[in-house]
Design a protein around this ligand. Structure first.
Ligand SMILES: Nc1ncnc2c1ncn2[C@@H]1O[C@H](COP(=O)(O)OP(=O)(O)OP(=O)(O)O)[C@@H](O)[C@H]1O
Ligand SMILES: [Mg+2]
Length: 298
């Protein structure tokens, strides 16, 4: 089998007493789009920062394009593109000045590359605008153009669409799909499970510094089909039910295995509460996420 584009083995990273990564082993094949999913603080950004050579692991190893990121961070940086979670761009520069400046660090024909990117990313009108006045979506597009200025084969995108309106998000999705069809390898973090389902060949669900599961979205959905659940929403007094949680000002909900709704019904009746809705939870990627991240803790 060909060498993976990205590979980590037992990566550990601590920040003082915080264990951000507790032994992450992950492999991404060339040309694959892999999504990192996980709650806030799971360790996604930490993993990406190690892979892009921004921070060092405490222990374990990370390889990008077969190169050890700890030993040869510069060689890795030449080969990758990185869209950080929070983009720090020079606000006083225009978008054009910024992209020319960043492109100048690479052995490329900057003007030719910029012409191509500005057309493809629809940046023509932004090129003479100061970065500080760009809207979030415009700035994100400029940041993505910066990430691919050197035409890298491997891309790290940390929440590329967070905070974008639906249309701008769709534009970002198109750009990711285009990059994938060019054969790029993409590792992206997202909280948008619909986005992950649409864009990713595989996802890795991370929580508390560990990979809980990896697989194609469809495969993960099939895996949890057998424990299909029902969500019962009710209003009024909270019955004595394990796992009941507030879902609205007056509403509570509980998720139980299919076939166990009767017990919920009885408990709700006993508490003199009312059932508002009973909903079958189809195996969506959201359901997969809940299964691995939430149900595990209940
Ligand atoms: N520079 C730092 N100093 C100390 N702790 C840090 C630092 N960066 C991250 N952490 C901690 O490491 C853990 C993982 O953080 P990380 O940013 O990797 O999470 P994440 O999965 O990207 O979360 P989010 O979805 O909110 O972006 C958290 O507990 C966080 O507080
Ligand atoms: Mg993050």
């Amino acid at each position: 089998m060909a060498e993976p584009a990205i590979k980590t083995t037992e990566l550990v990273r601590t920040y003082g007493a915080t264990n951000a990564l507790r032994g992450v082993s992950l492999s991404v094949e060339k040309g694959e789009v892999v999504g990192l999913l996980g709650p806030n603080g799971a360790g996604k950004t930490t993993l990406i920062k190690i892979l892009t050579g921004l921070i060092l692991p405490t222990s374990g190893a990370a390889f990008v394009d077969g190169i050890d990121v700890t030993d040869e961070p510069i060689r890795v940086k030449e080969r990758i593109g990185y869209l950080p979670e929070v983009t720090a761009m020079y606000g006083a520069m225009t978008a054009g000045e910024f992209l020319r400046f960043m492109g100048g660090f690479y052995p490329i024909d900057v003007e030719a590359r910029l012409d191509m990117l500005s057309e493809r990313f629809r940046l023509e009108e932004l090129m003479d605008s100061r970065i500080s006045i760009l809207s979030k979506g415009m700035a994100r597009r400029v940041a993505l153009a910066r990430a691919v200025i050197n035409d890298p084969h491997i891309l790290f995108l940390d929440e590329p669409t967070t905070g974008l309106d639906p249309l701008t998000r769709a534009t970002m999705h198109e750009l990711v799909v285009d990059l994938q069809s060019e054969g790029k390898t993409i590792l992206l973090c997202t909280h948008d499970l619909t986005e992950a389902d649409k864009l990713c060949d595989r996802v890795a669900i991370i929580d508390d510094g560990r990979v809980l599961v990896t697989g194609a979205p469809g495969e993960l959905k099939r895996r949890i089909e057998k424990d299909q659940r029902v969500e019962v929403t009710f209003r009024g007094e909270v019955p004595d039910l394990k796992g009941a949680r507030r879902v609205g000002p007056r509403d509570f909900a509980v998720r139980v295995l299919r076939g166990e709704e009767e017990d919920v019904r009885k408990a709700v009746k006993k508490a003199k509460a009312q059932i508002v809705e009973t909903r079958l939870l189809y195996p969506s990627l959201e359901r997969v996420f809940t299964h691995y991240v939430l149900d595990r803790k209940e």
